[in-house]
Design a protein around this ligand. Structure first.
Ligand code: ATP
Length: 320
């Protein structure tokens, strides 16, 4: 049995590392991809996870498989294709560690995932099924993703969803909105940024925007991540906000995914249905997620930056 199975992109983040000469930048190869990052965080904390996705039959793709194996993520659902290269994402960092991306995905191997690649046994054997919106940008991965999520839903799994908006990866913003909303139909738990909430609902106000998601999609649990400010949540009529921990960020890549892995870890530990979570549970879940997210910002990259339990406890103990 897996605690969490995630379906989606697995790619290389090329993160600025250094400069060999003024004006030149050296890029470092960091394994990433939001769904895989979430699994890496969960596995580092001791949960059993499995990845479903596709990479290119190239050096990057084989390197990524080895990274997942070394991280103890089950790769039973990972396949290779010769028809496209592994996606590369160049990360550009500003002086505060905040990012922008240039994607090399024309389209990449991750978008080639077909229904034949899906092993339904993996879905049947998982407690939580997790996915993101970037596997909805292109066919055949989009239809494959939605059919697999539907299967998970029919089997009564808890579905968690990270609707990332990377505007350049879609045909246009209308396409992005339509597909992101398709994903929302299946999700019990959603994590998004303030910008993504406004993009989807047209509302900048956190209370109103999240209320709209509950009314339109029956989303049971919503987290809006706020960078250093932590996170706002809504569970039905219950709302709240918890500040993050004080750290010195160097690269925010994977912070949202680290946060989500912390949240899912604590939720699994509660061993309750979402409906039964009380306000104290919610505080515990978010504070833990904030701690994981904060630690990830202090390191470059994502998959290899996820903290173990001792590191999370240390940060939480030091700032209490
Ligand atoms: P992504 O695009 O990677 O999915 P995101 O926009 O969802 O990221 P952020 O809001 O940047 O993610 O960060 C996620 C979480 O990480 C925050 O809710 C917070 O807990 C933690 N975090 C991020 N930046 C900082 C920071 N500068 N200091 C402390 N904690 C941070």
């Amino acid at each position: 049995m897996y605690d969490v199975t995630a379906l989606g992109e697995l790619l290389i983040d090329l993160t600025p590392y250094n400069s060999s000469q003024p004006g030149k930048v050296v890029f470092e190869r960091n394994p990433g991809g939001a769904p895989a990052n979430v699994l890496a965080g969960l596995t580092k904390l001791g949960k059993k996870t499995c990845f479903i996705g596709k990479v290119g039959d190239d050096q990057f793709g084989h390197y990524l498989k080895q990274v997942l194996l070394d991280t103890n993520i089950c790769c039973e659902g990972l396949s290779f294709t010769k028809k496209a290269n592994t996606t590369l994402a160049f990360v550009h960092l500003d002086e505060y560690g905040d990012r922008s991306f240039s994607f090399y995905r024309n389209p990449g191997a991750d978008t080639k995932l077909t229904e034949d690649d899906i092993n339904e046994n993996i879905v049947a054997q998982t407690k939580i099924f997790h996915f993101g919106s970037l596997s909805l940008t292109n066919e055949p991965a989009a239809t494959t993703t939605l059919k697999t999520v539907q299967l998970a839903k029919e089997q009564g799994k808890v579905v968690s969803y990270d609707p990332n908006l990377r505007a350049l990866l879609w045909k246009n913003l209308e396409h992005a909105k339509k597909m992101i909303k398709e994903g929302l139909k299946y999700a019990n738990i959603v994590k998004l940024s303030e910008e993504e909430l406004e993009f989807i609902t047209g509302k900048a106000d956190l209370e109103k925007g999240t209320r709209q998601l509950v009314e339109q999609y029956n989303t049971e649990l919503i987290f809006v991540t706020l960078g250093a400010e932590g996170c706002f949540y809504r569970k039905g009529e219950s709302i709240g906000k918890f500040k993050s921990f004080k750290v010195i960020p160097v690269d925010t890549t994977g912070a949202g995914d680290g946060f989500f892995s912390g949240v899912l870890y604590k939720y699994l530990e509660k061993n309750k249905s979402i409906a039964d979570l009380n306000i104290d549970d919610m505080e515990e879940i978010i504070v833990f997620g904030n701690a994981v997210g904060a630690i990830v910002t202090t390191r470059k990259g994502a998959i290899l930056s996820m903290p173990c339990m001792e590191e999370v406890k240390k940060l939480m103990d030091n700032q209490n």
